[in-house]
Design a protein around this ligand. Sequence first.
Ligand SMILES: Cc1ncc(COP(=O)(O)O)c(C=O)c1O
Length: 432
Amino acid sequence: MDSRRSFFRKAVGISGVMGLGAIPGMSRSHSVSEALLELSKMDIPEAVVNEDIWKRIQQAYTVSPNIINLNNGGVSPQPKVVQDAVDRYYHLSNEAPSYYMWRILDQGRESVRMKLADLAGVSHEEIAVNRNATEALDTVIFGMPLNQGDEVILTKQDYPNMINAWKQREKREGIKLVWLNLDLPSEDDEYFINAYNKATTSKTRVYHITHMINWNGQILPAKKLCKVAREKGIKSIVDGAHTFAHLDFKIADLNCDYFGTSLHKWLCAPFGTGMLYMKKERIAETWPLIPHHEPQSENIRKFEALGTRSFAPEQAIGHAINFHLSIGSKLKQQRLQYLKNYWCEKVNDNPKININTSLNPDYSCALAIVDIEGMEPGEVSSRLFRDYKIHTTSIKWENIRGVRITPHVYTMTYDLDRLVTALTEIAKNNGS
Ligand SMILES: Cc1ncc(COP(=O)(O)O)c(C=O)c1O
């Protein structure tokens, strides 16, 4: 709370209400600034449920009032202040690309690295900026030194891009993949720890840990799993695509070797932004995905040798961080948790509706999955859009099925009331 307040006051003092003054349309920006200021003065439990304030924070976004977007887990919209920054940097770049991108905008790269490092609670010498979680985690999966026969423990519920990367290493180099098939949801840390422990042998070199399972929002006890790995001399890779700027934690808390995340999900940074964290001791031994003139260097920047790309999205990450901090990680997590519980608790007693996600805050946050008996998830998702203009995504993956619902900070409880009505009516009319 104190840090939330003092951050806000400092920011107001230095740059005039978080740079939100840059939003064209002063009344909207004024309303958002006022709402953020009010929020910063409230205690968290009071702020979490104050719909009037969140309604004004919604004005920071340009989201369509004509659909209810409940698939923020796929990719999230950016506040207007972030969109405007991307536009500005893009237009500036076009005035003389090699001058403005490489000589001017590039000067902001180290500052973006430092801001990300502060948010992650690690050294900026351990942060690389890249385009998405896939690029961050593929850098690790393909860059780790492993030999034929070395074993990697992963789960069938991990993200397909990561599974495919590991399968490619298996095919090309003969490393061995050891699969866990998780029974979810679970509220038992020991269940996960035992599963990894039981699969561990003297040849295990890596634990691949998805911090939050994208299919149903399950949170894994990543910190405990990384500890088990460390005690056994095993490297830990955390796929944090869904937890960074969603849950209130620092990467340093996990004590993992590697962490990859998207920034265009919960941070609301520009599309095509991501981040790689690598423990200092791991950098020299990890080969870059895109070769660098010093591939065995200890400098994290060797993972950014991408060639020409647009600097605008990367440079606008700082604006997304400022916006995120003006709400605060703790309040954001609790508001998202509240929104998820708000709709889940209203349908939970319906015998035809199953929530396949834990409602315990230690095991899930914004993301939850709902299944209607007697209906295919795809059919439910189509009905939600056709009849109620609610945009969602349907999931059928391994042993998990349902429609995934992910609100964000601009989602209002009245949007979720429409969801509750829709699910109840669909279950009544179509469910078995
Ligand atoms: C768990 C998980 N890991 C990795 C990714 C890949 O993220 P990106 O599309 O940013 O590469 C996703 C995307 O949804 C995900 O859910």
